[in-house]
Ligand binder design. Structure first.
Ligand SMILES: Nc1ncnc2c1ncn2[C@@H]1O[C@@H]2COP(=O)(O)O[C@H]2[C@H]1O
Length: 234
C-alpha cells in the first residue's frame, strides 16, 4: 500500500462519515473535503497523467455541494430571529420554524395604540388578525365588558377562521402594542405557502381554546355565587 492508497482510504472514510451525519450541512461539508482530496489523488497518482474524467466528475460534485451549501447558509442566516420577534416566536408561534415565522413577519406590522382605541367593532368584518403584545383590550358586547384580551392573545381570530363579522367590539383599556396581520396579505401568503396553514390554525386554535377555558372558569365562578345570592333574604 502506498501513500495514495492511504489517502484514498481516508477520502472514502470521509464519505462514509458524511453518510452518518444527520445534519445535511455537515454531510455536505465533509463530502466537499473528500472531493477535494480525490482531486488531489487523481491529479498526482499517475505522474504526468492526471485522471481528468475523475477530476472533472469531482468538480461537478463540488459545484453541486457548494451551491446547496450556499442555499443552506442563506436560509440559516435568514432564520436568525432577534429581540421582540424572537420572544413572540418563542411565546406564541412555536409551531412555526424560524424561517416560516419570518415569512409571517414580512406581512405583519407593529403598531402602538393609546387607551380607548377601537381595534375591532361588532358586526363589522375585521380586515386584520391582531396579536396583543403589550397592554390590554376590553371585549364589549352590547356596550358591556364581557372579557379582556391581553399579553400574547389574538384579536379577530374568530372572524379570520370563520370568515364572519366580528363577534364583539374590542377597545384598548390602556396603551397597547399589537402585531397586525392584514387578511389580504395573510391570505396571499397562505396561498403561496400552504404549509403555513397548519401551524397558523394550530396557534389560533390554542388561543380560542384558552379563551373558552377562561370563559368556563369565569362562568363557574359566577354560578357558584348565584345560589348564595339567591339564598340571601331580600
Ligand atoms: N369572550 C371573549 N373572550 C375573549 N375574547 C373575545 C371574546 N369574545 C370575543 N373576543 C375577541 O373579540 C374579537 C372580535 O372579533 P372576532 O369575532 O373576529 O374575534 C373576537 C375575539 O378575538
Amino acid at each position: 500500500m502506498g501513500f495514495y492508497d492511504y489517502l484514498s482510504a481516508f477520502s472514502y472514510s470521509l464519505i462514509a462519515l458524511s453518510y452518518i451525519m444527520r445534519d445535511i450541512f455537515w454531510l455536505r461539508v465533509i463530502t466537499l473535503f473528500a472531493c477535494f482530496m480525490d482531486i488531489y489523488i487523481y491529479f498526482f497518482i499517475r505522474p504526468g497523467q492526471p485522471m481528468w474524467i475523475q477530476i472533472a466528475m469531482n468538480l461537478v460534485f463540488i459545484a453541486i455541494n457548494a451551491y446547496q451549501l450556499a442555499i443552506l447558509l442563506k436560509e440559516k442566516k435568514a432564520s436568525v430571529l432577534s429581540g421582540e420577534a424572537k420572544i413572540i416566536h418563542q411565546q406564541v408561534f412555536q409551531a412555526f420554524s424560524p424561517v416560516e415565522f419570518k415569512k409571517l413577519l414580512d406581512v405583519a406590522r407593529f403598531e402602538d395604540h393609546p387607551k380607548d382605541h377601537c381595534l375591532v367593532r361588532t358586526n363589522e368584518k375585521p380586515c386584520d388578525l391582531m396579536l396583543i403584545l403589550q397592554g390590554e383590550a376590553a371585549i364589549l358586547a352590547n356596550g358591556n365588558k364581557v372579557s379582556a384580551v391581553g399579553n400574547k392573545q389574538f384579536l379577530g381570530e374568530m372572524s379570520f377562521l370563520t370568515e364572519q363579522p366580528a363577534s364583539a367590539t374590542a377597545v384598548t383599556s390602556q396603551p397597547t402594542r399589537i402585531l397586525r396581520l392584514p387578511h389580504a396579505q395573510l391570505d396571499a401568503l397562505l396561498k403561496k405557502t400552504p404549509e403555513l396553514k397548519a401551524p397558523l390554525h394550530s396557534v389560533l386554535g390554542q388561543d380560542v381554546a384558552l379563551k373558552l377555558k377562561k370563559m368556563n372558569h369565569d362562568k363557574h365562578a359566577t354560578d357558584a355565587v348565584v345560589p348564595v345570592a339567591a339564598a340571601t333574604p331580600a
